[in-house]
Design a protein around this ligand. Structure first.
Ligand code: MLT
Length: 426
């Protein structure tokens, strides 16, 4: 493993002794990727640390993975559906690639009631991350993209893989042809759209992973107007919308005109602890058209039918239960628990005098360490406090000098992490 300019190389090195090679060329786009995917790399470092300190109680506040049990009202619906598969009447095989009608209707009603989204605009899937890659297949290699900087790494990595980018430019830590829209405390984590060049696609995540910042209604109106003026398509990631405390839009479709310029992707992962169950959805309104007038939804449907066989029927039963009155109540209860964790983490870093961002509208806390490298801070906290965080630079050059702390954890671990951080940075 060698470390260069804050990026970690681990899996991309060629094997030293090759006995036999095929005649198949490696995909040059994948070869452009500079490192293993961020979270497996962090997992690898965590394992190495645990080998070094086998007795340490390592606390993981790195990858945002849910930890609390799924409420019983939801798991019992999944159990019932699973049991029914053992009966003649209850058995079902392949379902609709777009998801079960009843779940699509419940999603439309629950999250998009007043915004003109129809159940047929909603595609149920195995998660937002998978849909991001499938959307990249829809757009292909001839589009240009913009991302918030920092941003969730799947947008950039999938763009590189599908061939939309140039090579990685080490001096600036960016891939060629991607527009990195700086989102720092200095600009309220919202890009200066007047200086952003036109791209075909704009990835935008709010509440944001990793910064935790949420765009206001005014900012979102600006974003939609910007896309409309440029004829661009926004891919809006609302995976954390349920964590919103402030009065900001939870869906881009709250903004008039957004149906003509925006796709929205979302997930039950952070809503209901479905990171392992796998269930998400993507909204592609039928008003959204390519330059020749062809509906984007038709091509997304084509990709879903080719690359996906529909979400698990058991998971869909769980999703439907999430949207029942009892399910919603239970789901909000767990979200509230994580929001209390977030407050503990925010208060801890604030009391230590750090510049702390995020946390109010997202389960992520974004902490600034001026003048320091993110991977160094990550290593320091791991070595001295046995706490795994995520280095900000893993989300793009705009994340350098920050770390992200996830609030997903058992309460006793969060409290213990707060104690250790206080002793480390007092
Ligand atoms: C994160 O930690 O950013 C997320 O959990 C990763 C994901 O949702 O894929």
């Amino acid at each position: 493993v060698c470390k260069r300019s804050g990026l970690i190389r681990s899996i991309a090195e060629p094997m030293e002794k090759t006995v036999y090679t095929t005649k198949v060329l490696r995909n040059g786009n994948i070869a452009k990727l500079q490192a293993g995917y961020l979270f497996p790399e962090i997992g690898r470092r965590r394992s190495a640390h645990m080998q070094k300190y086998p007795d340490a109680n390592v606390i993981s506040l790195g990858i945002g993975d849910t930890t609390e049990p799924i409420p019983e009202v939801i798991t019992s619906a999944m159990a019932q559906r699973a049991q029914a598969l053992s009966t003649i009447e209850g058995y079902s095989g392949y379902g609709a690639e777009q998801g079960e009608k009843v779940l699509r209707a419940a999603l439309a009603r629950t999250f998009y009631g007043d915004f003109g989204i129809k159940d047929t605009d909603i595609f149920v899937s195995d998660g937002a991350k998978c849909d991001i890659s499938r959307l990249q297949l829809v757009f292909g290699s001839n589009v240009t993209i913009a991302v918030q900087d920092p941003s969730y790494p799947a947008y950039v990595d999938s763009s590189v893989i599908v061939g939309q980018t140039g090579s990685f430019e080490k001096d600036v830590q960016k891939y060629g042809k991607i527009e990195y829209m700086k989102c720092l405390p200095e600009n309220d984590f919202f890009p200066d759209l007047l200086s952003v060049p036109r791209t075909d696609i704009i990835f935008f995540c709010s509440p944001n992973n990793p910064t935790g910042a949420a765009a206001t209604r005014k900012q979102m109106k600006e974003l939609v107007a910007f896309a409309k003026a440029n004829g661009s398509i926004i891919i809006y990631d609302s995976a954390y919308a349920i964590y919103m405390s402030d009065d900001n839009p939870k869906s881009i479709y709250e903004i008039p005109g957004a149906r003509e310029v925006a796709i929205e992707t979302a997930s039950f992962s952070k809503y209901a602890g479905f990171t392992g169950v796998r269930l998400g959805w993507t909204v592609v309104p039928d008003e959204l058209r390519f330059s020749d007038g062809f509906p984007v939804a038709n091509d997304f449907n084509r990709i879903m039918c080719t690359c996906f066989n529909g979400a698990s029927n058991i998971a869909q039963a769980g999703g439907l239960a999430c949207l029942s009155p009892e399910g919603l109540k239970a789901m909000y209860g767990v979200v509230e628990f994580y929001k209390e964790n977030t407050k503990i983490i925010v208060d801890t870093f604030t009391s230590l005098g750090f510049q702390v961002y995020g946390g109010r509208n997202a389960p992520y806390v974004w902490v600034r360490f001026p003048g320091r490298k993110s991977w160094d801070i990550f290593a320091e906290i791991l070595e001295k406090a046995h706490i795994v965080t995520t280095p900000g630079s893993g989300f793009g050059p705009g994340g350098e000098g920050f770390i992200r702390v996830s609030a997903f954890g058992h309460r006793e671990n969060i409290v213990e992490a707060a104690r250790r951080l206080k002793s480390l940075y007092k």
